[in-house]
Write a protein that binds this ligand. Structure first.
Ligand SMILES: O=P(O)(O)OC[C@H]1O[C@H](O[C@H]2O[C@H](CO)[C@@H](O)[C@H](O)[C@H]2O)[C@H](O)[C@@H](O)[C@@H]1O
Length: 378
């Protein structure tokens, strides 16, 4: 297994409906991907997605803003409301039964992966780094970096983030990984292999490049519009934008929602989704973290393979698209990072980044162990 699929793919300039052109390719898998990108809904993981074209232009503007604010309120943490017959404790126990700790189930996970190639997918914020107030200071620890590096020596590993690719690379700083920034809309292969040799060819896939000028324009407008709301912060994630409200007083959320709405009304080709205390604005193309996962598996040669075992660890609503794909494929597992019960398509849970690190350490250690006599290693 190699992390270097020897292909370069770039986006087409031809159509906003995401035609993709293979510029250099030695792989029929890539050509197939380019001709026929995997179909699927513009899913947001079953959470509230407010598309301007269908909802923002309703005459009852005020009611819509209330929906936005309700959704912002529910965005972090997004607990499942316990049914009246269950106490909080029973509700937590029931959720843990359905989404047990990946640490407690470590041996079972390893057993299920036997004979298969594990491919690791890691979200960044809230998974590798703790959630902090200032998005520019969401650093990952050196210990986590070392652990991810070890994992990448044993398995193909990708970081899948809502952040712009160069920014998340700036935090992670490991050249041997795949990076899918902007919620998977900006994919790039490793710049070096796990033996630290420079990779000469790599994957580059940017299905939303037509939207760059629009995103820049909206970014400027949002910065201008939201500057009167204390604590609001607009982050340019290249192919998408984040409007953070973690540091905005709750009584100002409706004002902020109104400001965002007033900008988006002129951009029907953009849609709005939500993450943890953040409104995310992105192109209406059928592409998300789930599609990025499929794309990366294909690029690694596992498109139609029965012996691949993707493990995706993430904490955010946007990670649900990837959890769903894993479920649909019936291969591997999704692991949700959350301290609270949440609606999720993930199979397992971890409570926080420190548990993610411990899980990854165990995985790397397990891989390093010599196989028992008569046992074949994958
Ligand atoms: O896909 P991810 O890597 O999880 O990125 C999703 C968003 O993460 C960042 O925002 C979140 O983390 C911040 C730092 O801890 C926190 O302040 C914010 O409230 C969270 O929503 C990032 O800043 C966003 O651009 C990403 O879209």
């Amino acid at each position: 297994m190699t992390n270097n699929p020897n292909v370069v793919i770039s986006d087409s300039k031809s159509s906003i409906n995401m035609a993709i052109t293979v510029t250099v390719s030695n792989s029929s898998i890539f050509q197939a991907t380019a001709q026929k990108p995997p179909a699927g809904p513009t899913s947001t993981g079953g959470y509230i997605s407010i598309s301007r074209s269908t909802r923002l232009l309703q005459p009852d503007g005020r009611a819509r803003i209330k929906t936005w604010v309700d959704s912002m309120r529910a965005s972090s943490p997004s607990r499942i409301k316990p049914t009246s017959s269950l106490s909080d404790h029973d509700h937590n126990s029931s959720w843990m039964l359905h989404h047990p700790s990946a640490l407690e189930m470590f041996d079972q996970i390893i057993d299920a992966s036997k004979g298969k190639q594990i491919v690791m997918f890691l979200d960044y914020d809230g998974t590798l780094s703790p959630i902090v107030d200032d998005p520019d200071r969401a650093f990952m620890s050196d210990a986590m970096r070392k652990t991810v590096k070890k994992v990448a020596r044993s398995f193909p590993t990708a970081i899948v983030s809502g952040r712009r690719r160069d920014k998340v690379y700036g935090f992670v700083r490991l050249g041997e990984l795949y990076y899918a920034g902007s919620h998977g809309m900006d994919i790039k292969g490793p710049t070096k292999d796990s033996n630290y040799k420079k990779c000469t060819q790599s994957v580059l896939f940017q299905p939303a490049s037509e939207f760059l000028p629009m995103i820049d324009q909206v970014y400027k407008q949002l910065v201008e519009k939201t500057k009167s709301t204390p604590g609001a912060k607009v982050e340019n994630n290249k192919f998408c934008l984040s409007v953070h409200f973690r540091c905005v007083e709750e009584k100002k959320w409706s004002e902020l929602a109104q400001q965002v709405k007033s900008v988006l009304k002129d951009f029907p080709k953009l849609r709005l989704t939500q993450g943890r205390k953040v409104l995310e604005i992105r192109p209406t193309i059928k592409w998300d973290k789930g599609k990025a996962l499929e794309f990366l598996l294909e690029s690694l040669g596992f498109g139609n393979c029965s012996d691949v075992f993707p493990v995706y660890i993430g904490d955010d609503r946007t990670d649900e698209d990837a959890f769903k794909i894993i479920r649909e494929r019936g291969q591997g597992f999704g692991i949700l990072v959350s301290k609270f019960p949440k609606e999720t398509s993930a199979s397992y849970s971890l409570r926080e980044p420190s548990e993610v690190m411990y899980f990854l350490q165990r995985l790397a250690e397990w891989k390093k162990r010599p196989p028992l006599p008569g046992q074949c290693e994958m």
